[in-house]
Structure formats: C-alpha cells, structure tokens
Ligand binder design. Structure first.
Ligand code: ARG
Length: 459
C-alpha cells in the first residue's frame, strides 16, 4: 500500500530495499524531544495567527506531550514505513487526537522541520561540550595549582629542552581548552537562527509568525532566507570542526599521559580507576583510557570529513543526501562527551611523581641555555659565542658521563678562562624556572598569576 503521509500520487508502496535506504527512524528518533518541541511551538503559532482554531492547537499540543511521554517511557513503536521521527510522531498524534493532527503540518515542511530539530539537538550538544570542557579545565587548574613550582623537563622534538613547571604544562592545556570553549560558544551564537517556517524551500502563503516560533524555541531570530534555512548544515559542520580541534587537543594530552605513565618516564601514576590490566602479563597497568581518547579524533574528524563531503556540490535547496548528516554528528558528539569526561576523570585521579619529574628536569643538560645566558650577562659575551662555549661545556660533560653542574670550575675555565664560580648559581633547575619571569613564562609566579586569571574567568 502507498504511504499515508505522501502516497496520494502513488499506486504502489516502496520496495523493501527502498524503505531500508530511505528510513532514518533508526537514528533520528534521538531527536524526538526536539521534534515535539518544534511541533508544539508551531501549533501554538498556528493558533495565535488564526490559521488553526485554539481548540485544534491545544489538542495538538496536549497530544504531542502524550507522544513524548510514550517515547520517553519506551512505550512507542517506531515504524520504518513511516521513515523518520517527524512522520512517526505525526502518525501517532493522528491516532491519539484524530483530525486536528492533520492540520499540524500547515505552513511547514519536513525540510524546515528537520533543520529545526537538528539545530536544537546540536545546540544542546554544544552546551554539553562547553560543560565538559569547563569540568576538565577545573581539574587541570587543580593540578596546576598543586604543582605550580614542581620542576619537570620541557621538551622540543621530545628531547630535553629547558626545565618548566608541572603547573605551566597543565596550564598549556587550559589555554587550548579555553579556545575550544570559545569556539563552541561562537558557533552557538552564529547558528542560533530558526529555520522553522521556511517550509519546503520558498516560504509559505499562510500568515505565519516566524518571530514567535523562533522565540519559543530559544532562537535569537528566524533565519532570513528560506532557501538557505532548509539547506544550511554549517551549524553541524562547525560543531564537527570545533569538536575535531578539541579532540585533537585531547589526543595530544592523552599521548603525553601514555608516555609519562610508562616505566621509562614514570612522570605520572594513573589511577586504577582509569587503567586496565593484561590478561597474560600480570605486571601490566595499561593507560587504555588515554589511548582511546588519543584515538577518538579519528572518528570525530572522520565525521567532519564525511559531512563536508556529503554537502559539497549539493544544489539548493534540500536533497535527501542531507539525511546523512545525523549519524555523523551523533557519533562525534557521543564520543567527544565521553572523551572529555574520561580525560577529566584521569586528570582528577592522576598523581604527578614530583621526585621523578625533578630528577628528569635536571638531566639532559636542561640548563645549558641558562649557562649561555649567564655568559652573556656576566661576561658580556655575544649570544652566538656564548652558545658555542656552552656547547663545548656540554660536550665535555657528555664525555665525562656527567651533567653540567657536576663539572668543576677548573673544567669550566679550561673551556673559557673568564668563567667564575657564580656560574653554578644558574645551573640548578629551580633557579632556571624561577628566572623565566617574562609574561607567560614558566616561573611559578607567572603560572600562579595565570591560574588566578583562569579561576576568575571560570567563576
Ligand atoms: N528524514 C529526513 C532527513 O533527515 C527528513 C526530511 C525529509 N524531507 C524530504 N523532503 N523528504 O533529512
């Protein structure tokens, strides 16, 4: 038999394969609450503008709440023949209230309906992402505060570069996540225009009030062009690209935690709650949560590429291709929220091994730059010459199998006669980090100032 919603011009129903490729109810049922909110706003507007009677509208609005409670209670039977959440809800409303249900679709189309539902859904996810980011920032601030002056090696090329503080390293991620948060809120502000009332593509001849439905659904205004309103998926793409950048940050941090928790580094101990064991090697404690967070960027950025590829080349306005938007965004959102929560849990629970960090901070000639800077300051040497002299001292220490502070003054004088005992004061790591007082530098006072600035910002 032909479709009850659109089957007027059809003699035969769809092939089973047609139904299978066409149906989205298997996934878009996740937008049930948004669909019903949109329909309830639309019904109220239809009554306020005199397009339907007050009694029809209140029957619709009441009936829609019943449908919602059935869905929430798991008592709703979704039908593949009814394709999607929009038609499933409307068909059930018809069964519940009869004729007035048939008036609900006046002055709208599934095209503006789905765009509205999906925007509402994505908007909620943006709010959830911002919450997850803020919780993770709070956990990082606590770590940074505890270890504002704990020294550790800073790396470039994953080779020891200069000592930094634990707090400074944690605060680097706070900066990244702060940008993620601001990207999500920018995206939210930009997307917050309501497509409802664009109808199929051209608008409608009914005297609808788009300001009213926009307001009702928490949008700032109605979208200004009906063709754009039904064919725009920028909001989903911005969500996915912002989520991708955020997941990339999480992936970098996760990679550091994997390295830091290894037996070779022992910079951090991850809690049992966020680790797993091996079924064969009894000694193992694996950083699986970190590894999975490291991997999540794969599917999140994959979703971004997938939807961008779906959208490219689509003529205006709606094409069914666009139905492929939801699963990508659903999956990316689910996994971003999970990754944020797992990272927050790991950061809260992890222990920085202060002594190991300090020991590592002093190895690998990490204060060679301080030595070169001292030659410049104390002896008035040009930096390039100081660099060369320091290089010779590093080579000497390396040949002795010791670190720079282990060289004697005579060793030093052998390389450059003007060096004095004072030089040893700059070779300690604590001294090294304390000296980096430039704005944004690793000196504990700078780090504490940044923590205070972020705490204020987050309040
Ligand atoms: N299930 C569809 C989607 O997700 C709803 C819009 C259908 N519109 C249409 N003209 N067939 O995109």
């Amino acid at each position: 038999s032909s479709n009850a919603m659109w089957g007027g011009r059809f003699a035969a129903g769809p092939d089973a394969i047609m139904e299978a490729i066409n149906a989205s109810i298997g996934f878009d049922q996740r937008m049930a609450a948004q669909d019903i909110a949109g329909s309830r706003a639309h019904a109220a507007m239809l009554a306020a503008t005199g397009i339907v009677s007050d009694s029809d509208a209140s029957a619709m609005r009441k009936g829609l709440l019943t449908v919602l409670s059935e869905i929430e209670a798991g008592r709703f039977e979704f039908s593949t023949a009814l394709e999607d959440i929009h038609m499933n809800v409307e068909a059930r409303l018809k069964a519940l209230i009869g004729e007035p249900a048939g008036r609900l679709h006046t002055g709208r189309s599934r095209n503006d309906q789905v765009a509205t539902d999906f925007k509402l859904w994505v908007r909620d996810q943006i709010d959830a992402a911002i919450e997850g980011i803020e919780a993770l920032i709070a956990a990082l601030l606590d770590q940074a505060e505890a270890g504002a002056d704990w020294v550790m090696p800073g790396f470039t090329h994953l080779q020891t570069a200069q000592p930094v503080t634990w707090g400074h390293h944690m605060m680097a991620y706070v900066e990244m996540l702060g940008r993620d948060r601001s990207r999500f809120s920018d995206a939210r502000a930009r997307m917050n225009e309501c497509p409802l009332g664009a109808a199929a593509l051209a608008g409608t001849s009914f005297p609808i009030d788009r300001e009213m439905t926009a307001r009702e659904l928490g949008f700032d205004r109605p979208a200004a062009n009906s063709l754009d309103a039904v064919s725009d998926r920028d909001f989903a793409l911005e969500f996915l690209s912002t989520a991708s950048i955020c997941a990339m940050h999480l992936s970098r941090f996760a990679e550091e935690l994997v390295i830091w928790s290894s037996a070779q580094f022992r910079f951090v101990t991850l809690s049992d709650r966020f680790s797993t064991g091996s079924s064969i090697m009894p000694q193992k404690k694996n950083p699986d949560a970190a590894e999975l967070i490291r991997a999540k960027i794969g599917r999140i950025f994959g979703a971004n590429v997938a939807l961008m590829t779906v959208m490219k080349g689509l003529p205006l306005a709606y094409s069914k291709d666009m139905q492929e938007d939801k699963e990508q965004v659903f999956d990316a959102a689910d996994n971003l929220m999970l990754a944020l929560a797992a990272m927050e849990g790991m950061v809260k629970d992890m222990t920085a091994n202060r002594d190991n960090l300090a020991a590592a901070a002093g190895s690998g000639f990490s204060t060679a730059t301080d030595l070169a800077d001292w030659l410049v300051r104390a002896l008035g040497m040009p930096f390039r010459d100081a660099h060369h002299v320091t290089g010779s001292l590093v080579a000497l220490a390396e040949s002795r199998g010791c670190d720079l502070p282990d060289l004697t003054l005579d060793d030093m004088k052998g390389v450059h006669g003007a060096i004095t005992d004072d030089v040893f004061s700059v070779l300690g790591v604590q001294n090294s980090v304390a000296s980096r007082m430039s704005y944004g530098g690793t000196a504990p006072d700078q780090v504490r100032a940044q923590i205070a600035r972020w705490r204020e910002r987050m309040a």
